[in-house]
Design a protein around this ligand. Structure first.
Ligand code: 4HQ
Length: 255
């Protein structure tokens, strides 16, 4: 998968080549990163990439021309790629969006600065607008890196162990189950007995039940979007019952 990023701060992306899953994917050719600086496409001795907003007000706006030229150059270098602008006005990203991103031939990610880009770019050069969440950052570089990280780890060969990408939180619409490693006991807190049993069927059922139960407790909005089969409904009922029994037992609620 080829990523082309348009940014005034290409140096920031060096962090991706340092260490970890993304760095290895870039190093092995599973993913490619090409950086384009709009300043290199700015005309005139001053190489202006921003100017004051019409109508007045604080901050600067990224100029149409240098960005349009940078996008055109990236499009020519990456046939079939989609152009995505990262901004709080975009649709909020989720795991399904990242899965969809992973099946495109390439992405041109526009990382904006200042108050954002000239609105006319959205009409003429940009295919999609995406947000990483409802908060305001100082630039689109981190959002572009968030997209790259989430997409690259889905690419075949990126994780080394192919099962784990599909077992992650959100891959099945649910939160992840709890994880434990050695030692068996820490400050009186024991690893759940079933995980020590060696019974792989029971372990898989327990994990499924924990994922369902935690999603029910913490993210009922996710559960509402799913249809549970009979088995899963039973697992969740048992989780809820066990929780109520434990609350009664501890005197937390009245009988
Ligand atoms: N910004 N999700 C403003 C974001 C953002 C977000 C990027 C700040 C674009 C112009 N991007 N610039 N949240 O806050 O994607």
């Amino acid at each position: 998968m080829r990523f082309d990023v348009i940014t005034l701060f290409p140096e920031q992306f060096r962090i991706l080549s340092g260490e970890g899953v993304v760095a290895r994917a870039l190093g092995s050719g599973i993913a490619e990163l090409h950086l384009w600086n709009p300043r290199d496409f700015a005309l005139g001795a001053h190489r202006r990439v921003d100017d004051r907003p019409y109508g007045g007000g604080p901050g600067m706006v990224m100029l149409f021309e240098p960005l349009a030229a940078a996008i055109a150059a990236a499009r020519a270098a990456s046939p079939g790629a989609q152009v995505a602008y990262l901004s709080p006005q975009g649709r909020t990203l989720d795991q399904q969006a990242m899965i969809d991103f992973a099946s495109a031939p390439g992405w041109i990610l526009l990382a904006g600065r200042y108050e954002g880009i000239d609105e006319r770019l959205l009409a003429s050069c940009i295919d999609q607008e995406w947000s990483i969440g409802d908060y305001v950052l100082s630039g689109g570089e981190l959002p572009a890196m968030v997209v790259m990280d989430a997409v690259i780890r889905l690419l075949p060969g990126a994780l080394g162990h192919e099962r784990s990408a599909c077992e992650d939180s959100h891959m099945n619409g649910l939160l992840d189950c709890p994880h434990f490693s050695r030692p068996e006991q820490i400050d009186g807190l024991r690893v759940p007995e079933v995980l020590l049993s060696g019974d792989h069927g029971a372990i898989a059922r327990w994990r499924r039940q924990q994922a369902l139960g935690r999603t029910w407790l913490r993210r009922p909005d996710l559960l509402a979007k799913m249809t549970l089969d009979n088995d899963e409904q039973q697992l969740l009922q048992d989780f809820i019952q066990a929780r109520q029994a434990a609350a009664l037992d501890s005197g937390e609620i009245e009988p």
